[in-house]
Design a binder for this molecule. Structure first.
Ligand code: NAP
Length: 291
């Protein structure tokens, strides 16, 4: 095993990231000498900063907004998920250059399996939000055999483009993928017949944000999964629970995408329990203090 490791996160902005907190908890639990540092990297510096980290001997990087798509042409190799989703969130280095991976969707799928024993296979899924995260989850659900997928986005043209891309890149998918109009009543009607509802918009990040759907859009037997992790229970989770559905926030996805990146970099298994505990301690103490 190496004596010490160096990892980093490129974003712009990046200073509020919780990734250093969760990785540090796992490093400590595993007894690793390792650091995970955030770098604020403007878009025009991405290529040179990647190369600088490679030359400095970094063991791996994560990428977040706005770098995930821009990094694609800078990779010497891409894993199947990064290629399919058109986005890189994890970079490993070798003498030949950078290898790009995507662990966002696998983080979600690992959490779904671990927390609820579920997978998207055969399910009717509503995806609200077709930005970077919604896009990765839509591709993953179509790849993994969801029966039906409804794509809902405030700006409907983005959902239309995603639907076309899924049809093009996954021509053998068994999933029936449809675009819902931007009307929240249409989302609510579709939601009632779904097994799995994924909240992939950035609403809910702020304490005063309104719920995306009312309680009567939900029913028992459904799982509502909100990717937002800055609140234990978001406004839309509250409505889902009131409607009788089960609900999870995005903490587990964050933990598992980080753990998968760590395994790619080191071949080791991260301590996901320590990561989750550290995250929850940080997030919910801040929430309680109204920060
Ligand atoms: P993004 O690419 O910027 O996309 C943002 C999405 O939110 C777009 O679909 C946008 O719709 C929609 N949106 C923004 N404001 C809205 C509003 N007021 N009403 C309805 N829709 C709205 O961001 P992203 O990377 O996909 O991230 C989305 C969310 O997922 C964020 O909260 C992020 O923190 C969370 N996330 C969590 C994890 C995790 O591990 N738990 C991982 C990745 C992301 P338009 O196209 O109409 O603008």
């Amino acid at each position: 095993m190496k004596r010490s490791y160096r990892f980093g996160l490129f974003g712009h902005p990046v200073k509020h990231s919780l990734s250093p907190v969760m990785h540090a908890a796992s490093f400590q639990s595993l007894g690793l000498q390792a650091e995970y540092v955030c770098f604020d990297v403007p878009p025009e510096e991405l290529a040179e900063r990647l190369e600088a980290c490679r030359k400095e001997g970094f063991d791996g990087l994560n990428l977040t907004i706005p770098h995930k798509e821009a990094a694609l042409p800078l990779m010497a190799k891409l894993d199947p998920a990064a290629r399919l989703f058109g986005a890189v969130n994890t970079v490993a280095f070798s003498a030949k250059g950078c290898s790009g991976y995507n662990t966002d969707a696998s983080g979600f799928l690992d959490d779904l399996r671990e927390s609820k024993g579920l997978s998207p296979e055969g399910r009717r899924v509503l995806i609200m939000g077709c930005g970077g995260a919604g896009r990765a989850l839509a591709f993953a659900c179509a790849r993994d055999g969801a029966a039906e997928i409804g794509l809902a986005n405030r700006t409907a043209s983005r959902a239309v483009a995603l639907c076309e891309e899924i049809a093009e890149r996954l021509p053998d998918s068994v999933s029936q993928v449809e675009v819902l109009s931007g009307d929240p009543d249409v989302w609510a009607r579709f939601c009632r017949d779904c097994d799995l509802i994924l909240q992939c918009t950035s609403t809910g990040l702020h304490a005063g944000d309104a719920a995306l759907l009312p309680a009567d859009a939900f029913r028992p037997g459904q799982l509502f999964y909100d990717l937002v992790y800055t609140s234990r229970v978001t406004a839309t989770m509250r409505e889902a629970l009131a409607g009788g559905a089960d609900a999870l926030n995005g903490t587990g996805m964050l933990v598992h995408q980080g753990a998968a990146a760590f395994s790619i970099w080191t071949g080791l298994k991260a301590d996901t329990r320590a990561m989750r505990a550290a995250l929850e301690a940080r997030i919910y103490s801040a929430e309680a203090a109204g920060v």
